[in-house]
Design a protein around this ligand. Structure first.
Ligand SMILES: Cc1cc2nc3c(=O)[nH]c(=O)nc-3n(C[C@H](O)[C@H](O)[C@H](O)COP(=O)(O)OP(=O)(O)OC[C@H]3O[C@@H](n4cnc5c(N)ncnc54)[C@H](O)[C@@H]3O)c2cc1C
Length: 278
C-alpha cells in the first residue's frame, strides 16, 4: 500500500509543539514521523525570530530563539522520530490497513504516509518563504537562488546578492563578509539570497473535515485535544478551545496530552503521564 512503514503517530509541523509531541511519543515508545514544510525545524521561532531572546520559557530566564530551537530538536528527536523536511502535507484520508483503520497522508512531494494517529501542530499553517514577483525565478531554486543559508561554506568565494531589509538579511550580509567576495549589491551574481520573511496559511488542512475557527485554528476537545476526526489531535497555536492562549508554554502542555492520547489509542496502552526521570 505504501513504501513507507506505518507509524503510531504522525506529527504535522515541527515547531515547539510538534517537537514536544515527538518527545512524548518517543518516550512512550511509539514510532513517530514528523513532517515539516520548511527545510528547517523550529517553526515560528526558527523562521521569524531566531536572533531574538525569549524570557518566558520555564527554566530559562533568557534564551536565544535559535538556541532554544537547537535544544528542542535535540530533546524532541532523541528517540529517533523520522523528520521529513521540505514537504507540505496536503491530504488526509481514512484507509483500511492490515486489519486496522489508518490515516493516509500525502504531501506536495511524497507519500502516502500511513499512520495510526495524527497530531496537527501546524501553527498558522505551512510556512513558505516570500519571493520576488519575477517570472521563472523559482526555476533557479537551489541553483543560485536561495531562501536559507544553511552552510556558510556553500557561499565561499561567491558573489552574493542578499535581498531583504529585516534582521536576517542584515545578519547574513555581515556574517558572509569573511566568506564571500565581491560587492554585496552586485546585480551580476552567483547567489541570490532572498530574506523577505515568510507567509503562512492553513491551506489544505481547511478541507479535511475539521471544524476550522476563524480560518486559522482547528477546534479541539480541551480534555483530550482530539479534533472532529477520530484519532486526529491538534496542539499548539493551531488548536482552538474557549480560553486558548497562543504561547509556547501552553502548546507544550497540549502536545504532552495529545501525544499521550495518541500512544494510548495506537498501542492500546493506558493513558498515563509516564515520568521521564531515571
Ligand atoms: C515575533 C514573535 C515573537 C514571539 N515571542 C514569543 C514569546 O516570547 N513567548 C511565547 O511563548 N511565544 C512567543 N511567540 C509565539 C510562539 O512563537 C508560538 O506560540 C509558537 O511558535 C507556536 O508553536 P507551534 O509549534 O504551535 O507552531 P509554529 O511554531 O507556528 O510551527 C508550526 C510549523 O508547522 C509547519 N506546517 C504548517 N502546516 C504544515 C503542513 N501542511 N505541512 C507541513 N508543515 C506544516 C509550519 O511550516 C511551521 O514550521 C512569538 C511569536 C512571534 C511571531
Amino acid at each position: 500500500m505504501s513504501e513507507h512503514p506505518v507509524v503510531d503517530v504522525t506529527i504535522i509541523g515541527a515547531g515547539p509543539a510538534g517537537l514536544a509531541a515527538a518527545y512524548y511519543a518517543g518516550h512512550r515508545e511509539a514510532s513517530c514521523r514528523i513532517i515539516e514544510s520548511l527545510e528547517q525545524l523550529g517553526g515560528q521561532v526558527a523562521a521569524v525570530y531566531p536572533e531574538k531572546h525569549i524570557f518566558d520559557i520555564a527554566g530559562f530566564p533568557k534564551i536565544g530563539g535559535q538556541e532554544y530551537v537547537d535544544r528542542m530538536v535535540e530533546q524532541g528527536l532523541q528517540y529517533g522520530a523520522e523528520a521529513l523536511l521540505g514537504e507540505a502535507v496536503e491530504t488526509l484520508e481514512r484507509v483500511e490497513g492490515d486489519g486496522e483503520e489508518l490515516w493516509a497522508i500525502t504531501t506536495d512531494s511524497g507519500g502516502p504516509y500511513l499512520t495510526r494517529t495524527v497530531i496537527i501542530t501546524a501553527g498558522h499553517g505551512a510556512f513558505e518563504p516570500r519571493t520576488l514577483p519575477i517570472e521563472g525565478l523559482e526555476e533557479w531554486r537551489g541553483r543560485g537562488l536561495h531562501y536559507f543559508v544553511k552552510r556558510k561554506a556553500d557561499f565561499a568565494g561567491k558573489r552574493c546578492v542578499i535581498v531583504g531589509g529585516g534582521d536576517s538579511a542584515l545578519d547574513w550580509t555581515i556574517n558572509l563578509q569573511d566568506t564571500a567576495s565581491g560587492e554585496l549589491v552586485e546585480v551580476d551574481c552567483e547567489a541570490l539570497i532572498l530574506q523577505l520573511g515568510f507567509v503562512s496559511h492553513l491551506g489544505p488542512i481547511e478541507s479535511w473535515g475539521l471544524e476550522v475557527v476563524g480560518k486559522k485554528q482547528v477546534r479541539v476537545d480541551p480534555t483530550s485535544f482530539e479534533t472532529a476526526l477520530p484519532n486526529v489531535f491538534a496542539a499548539g497555536d493551531v488548536a482552538y478551545y474557549e480560553g486558548k492562549i497562543t504561547l509556547i508554554t501552553i502548546g507544550l502542555g497540549e502536545a504532552a496530552i495529545a501525544a499521550n492520547q495518541c500512544v494510548a489509542r495506537a498501542r492500546g496502552v493506558k493513558l498515563q503521564p509516564a515520568y521521564s526521570t531515571e
